[in-house]
Each structure stands twice: as structure tokens, then as C-alpha cells.
Design a protein around this ligand. Structure first.
Ligand code: PEP
Ligand code: MN
Length: 355
């Protein structure tokens, strides 16, 4: 993809790019108070939801178009850039009319190709020149996420970024939305030049997790953070558990350790070479194991034995896991690895049986 830089005049090109502001625009006063406090702390991009997708009816669904005038006022009075979420073509036309700089497509929208297509076409028709950020769909479907990016790209938009906000889960003990870091990591491998933001507010769902998730995003070389910040979080009309005051936000940002991606890599190169060699050996050993397992399969076939021998499998699991622990390899990881190897052996042996 031939993407254009999303750097904005007056916004530092140092990581992380920060977008901050309330989950929802509630009143003109709440928007202005929060925005002015954020601007004082050098935040350059202000976010606020105008139309809110709520899980259940009856919740606060946003102030609607009226709030766009408040965002214009933020721009005028603080000089900040402004960002909001769109979920259909009417939202696109309204935001473009009001000079919104950054538009994001929410997780409940990026999941729906019809909705994304409608938004993409509306962006094209309206000649939007700003930045479009695409949140991951609620389910961890990488192709769906990439599909949404492609729809926006095909509409002629070139300033595109993505937001990792985590994936829905029934079990909300720790995270509101599971990070599943491997999904955005794979996306970055497939589209290396796309800027990526982390949304620790929606991943964690609680204030206490914002710092650690933000740090993890920095360690994974993310470009930016979008964080919900409200002048009075306890009274917020939506997502109050995860919003923080501008004061706390700037404290969290001041504590972030941002390691620079480009450092001398001489020593790293040597270590990487070792890893390449070890992986080679590992593959050789794995292939050898599969060959022996195929011989066993042949034997089972000739002696009319069932493929799965549970007692033997239990023994293997138990022995190897305790051995792994003694060697400093985690039991959970060893179990996952053995299960994957065993599943493949069984698959090959069954295939052999049916030949
Ligand atoms: C939001 O950013 O306020 C929002 C609704 O997020 P998401 O689409 O990630 O749920
Ligand atoms: Mn929110």
C-alpha cells in the first residue's frame, strides 16, 4: 500500500503520537474544560465521541451533530486537531462539513463490510483530506480488519492508520477486550508502513491498566496512543471506569519509557544469527520426529491398532512437562507445544490409515 505520512504540522514526530479526550462529548462545558486542560499539557489531538455505539439500548448514545460545533470551538480556541468516530455516511458528511481532522471507524463498524464500504464511498464523495483510523473489528479476524483498510484505501484515502482496541471476550476478569497482541503484530508484518495506535482505555476497561498497556504498546514499537481523558471521570456519561483526568494522563505519559527503534544492532545481529541456526536445528528435529511418528503409524496400521493411545500420550505430557520445568521452560508453553505436535502426528497417522 502506498500510504502517506499521518504527521500533522505542529505535532511532534517523536513516538508516541497522543490522541486524548473524553469517550463522549457530553456538554459544551465538559468538552471545553477537558480540551483546555489537555492543551495546557501539550496534547495536540483531541478526541470525543459524538455518536456512541452502545451495547444495550437506553444508554447514552451521544449528543449527535450539535457536538460537532463544540469540536470546532476546541479547534478555534486551543489550536488542537480534532477527531471523532463515524459509523455511517451521514456521520461522514456531517464531520467533513464541520472540518474534523481525524475520523475513526469503531470496532462495531469495522466488523461490517457494508458499513465500511458506505463510509469509504462517503469519504470519497466528500473529498475528505484528513486522516482515517480504523479500529480492529470486535472479533480477532485479521482479514476482516485488512479488508476494512483496503476499502478505505480503494476510496482514495492515503492517510490511514489503525487502532488496536482489543477483542471482545466473555471473560472480563482482567481486560475488557483481550489484547491478542499477535493479531496487530501480524497486521504490521503484512502492511509494514501503516501507523498503529494502541487504545489502552478500551483494551483494559479500567484506569489502573492504562499505564502498563501503553508501555507494552511502546515496547512493541507502536506509533501512538489514543487515551480517554475526562475533566471529571467519575461523572462521565459513558466508560467512566476507564477515563482519567488530564493530570493523570500527563503523569502516565511522563513515566513511559520509549525505546528508540534504531540503535546499534551489531550484538543483536549475532544473537539473531544464533536464533536462525537454532530454528534450523529445531525444524530438523521436528521433521525427524514426524518421520518416526509416521513409522509408528505404519506399525499401528499393520497391527490394526487405533491411532490414539491415551495412556502413552498422558505419559509423554507428564514427563516432558516436568522435564521442561526443570530446564526453565514454562509448563503452559510446553503443553501447548506438545499438543500441537501431537495433533499433527495424529493427523498424519489417520491420513496414513485411510490410504
Ligand atoms: C470509543 O472509542 O469511544 C469506542 C466506542 O471505541 P470502540 O469502537 O473501540 O468500542
Ligand atoms: Mn469509550
Amino acid at each position: 500500500m502506498e500510504l502517506e505520512s499521518i504527521l500533522l504540522p505542529g505535532v511532534s514526530d517523536k513516538r508516541p503520537i497522543i490522541i486524548a479526550g473524553p469517550c463522549s462529548a457530553e456538554t459544551e462545558e465538559q468538552v471545553m474544560t477537558t480540551a483546555k486542560d489537555l492543551a495546557k499539557r501539550e496534547i495536540k489531538i483531541f478526541r470525543a465521541g459524538i455518536w456512541k455505539p452502545r451495547t444495550k439500548p437506553g444508554g447514552f448514545e451521544g449528543v449527535g451533530s450539535e457536538g460537532l460545533a463544540w469540536l470546532q470551538k476546541v479547534k478555534r480556541e486551543t489550536g488542537m486537531y480534532v477527531a471523532t468516530e463515524v459509523a455511517n455516511k451521514k456521520h461522514v458528511f456531517e464531520t467533513v462539513k464541520h472540518g474534523i481532522d481525524i475520523i475513526w471507524i469503531g470496532a462495531r463498524t469495522s466488523v461490517n463490510p457494508f458499513a465500511v464500504q458506505e463510509i469509504a464511498e462517503a469519504l470519497q464523495v466528500s473529498g475528505f483530506m484528513g486522516i482515517v483510523l480504523i479500529k480492529n473489528p470486535v472479533n480477532p479476524d485479521l482479514e476482516l480488519w485488512i479488508g476494512a483498510i483496503e476499502r478505505v484505501y480503494n476510496a482514495g484515502i492515503r492517510k490511514i492508520g489503525i487502532i488496536h482496541r482489543g477483542f471482545s471476550t466473555y471473560d472480563k476478569k482482567l481486560y475488557r477486550n483481550l489484547p491478542q497482541w499477535h493479531v496487530p503484530i501480524e497486521l504490521k508484518r503484512r502492511i509494514p508502513n501503516i501507523p498503529i495506535f494502541s487504545d489502552p482505555s478500551h483494551i483494559g476497561g479500567k484506569r489502573e491498566l492504562i499505564a502498563s498497556i501503553s508501555q507494552q504498546a511502546m515496547d512493541l514499537n507502536y506509533d501512538g496512543l489514543i487515551i480517554e481523558s475526562h475533566c471529571n471521570p467519575d461523572c462521565a456519561w459513558s466508560d467512566k471506569e476507564q477515563q482519567i483526568t488530564p493530570d493523570i494522563l500527563s503523569y502516565i505519559l511522563s513515566m513511559l519509557v520509549v525505546r528508540e527503534a534504531k540503535q546499534t544492532t551489531e550484538n543483536l545481529e549475532q544473537l539473531r544469527q544464533q536464533i536462525d541456526e537454532i530454528d534450523n536445528e529445531l525444524l530438523g528435529i521436528l521433521a525427524k520426529r514426524m518421520r518416526v511418528s509416521q513409522e509408528i503409524g505404519q506399525y499401528k496400521k499393520e497391527h490394526n491398532m487405533p491411532v490414539l493411545q491415551t495412556v502413552r500420550y498422558d505419559e509423554i505430557l507428564e514427563n516432558r512437562i516436568s522435564q521442561a520445568e526443570k530446564m526453565g521452560v514454562g509448563a503452559g508453553f510446553m503443553k501447548t507445544l506438545l499438543e500441537a505436535i501431537h495433533e499433527e502426528s495424529i493427523r498424519q497417522q489417520i491420513e496414513m490409515l485411510n490410504k
